[in-house]
Design a protein. Sequence first.
Length: 359
Amino acid sequence: MRPLTPSTRYCRTGDGVSIAWTAMGSGPAILDVQWGSVFTLSMRSVAGQRIWSELARGRTLVRFDARGTGLSDRDVPDLSVDGIAADLHAVADAAGLDRFPIVTSAGTVHSAIRFASRHPERVSRMIVFGGFARGFRRQNLPPRDLAKREAVVAALEAGWDDPNPAFRMLFAAQVIPDASREELDAFLANARPSMSGHAIASMMSAYADSDVSDEARGLHCPMLVVHSRGDVRAPFEEGRRLASLVPNATFLPIDSASYIAFPSEPAHAEMIRQVRAFLDESGEDEAPSSIAFPDLTPRERSVLELIACGLDNLQIAAHLNVSEKTVRNNVTPVFDKLGVENRAQAIVKAREAGMGKAK
């Protein structure tokens, strides 16, 4: 099996954050949205290497360190859902990705869903491990359960940076309880340098307050929701609920307590088989030649997609989280490249090409 040995590159987000990313392998691209992927990748255990090698076999695996983690800018005020969605956007552009599948897990699922909602023409499909649409503060938990969740966030902020690994082990016990000793040791060795206690607590708090249920309902790309029956941090019912919200989702329950089944677990082989089969279904969706209007930039294609949905410039600006002026500046080149004179003609031409299906 070919070892994963990345070389780090950098790109910059719209708000000026420097993001570390890497690309490995060859073939159609798949974008991995996790915390601290690049920094920890070369130091992962053999088990972790095997999982990602199997998932990405025959593909170009693009990974990045989210803001506040790994080799990306660490002292960043915005560690929100939108912030990490902006990181994803910047990396996709820097890597030259036009239409691609996303694999994501746990909290970063919210950022991935937000990106897919705002840029439906760029995401061909999504694979979600241990995901949820509602953060724990939005799940109407009983007071005792809510207090326990809040206590974990406070404990990680207070003790994550300590030389003693006790607080990091608390997190590991919830996220990867079925990991081998080797995998646990790899996590503990990388957790502290990959991010600070303030960063992990801030991101956990941001996702706890977030609810992307409405955005999930509006997704039209196929989604595979892989969820462990014994997941502690993302209850099984929340994974099932996410799958029920997305119109074109498939739910894959697995017998594990960790967010992803490790190679030593009986569920691992079937999990990999199902994920690979799901990716293989994408076929020509990810081929650049299959994309309508290849002369359009990713931003221009996003604008055209939303024009085809019937949105005006102000609505498009709100959907893409940009100014109305930015939208206007993109509309003119879109019309020029399509060879049309007005919005109505652009809508007709875009819909004839299959655009305008996302809401």
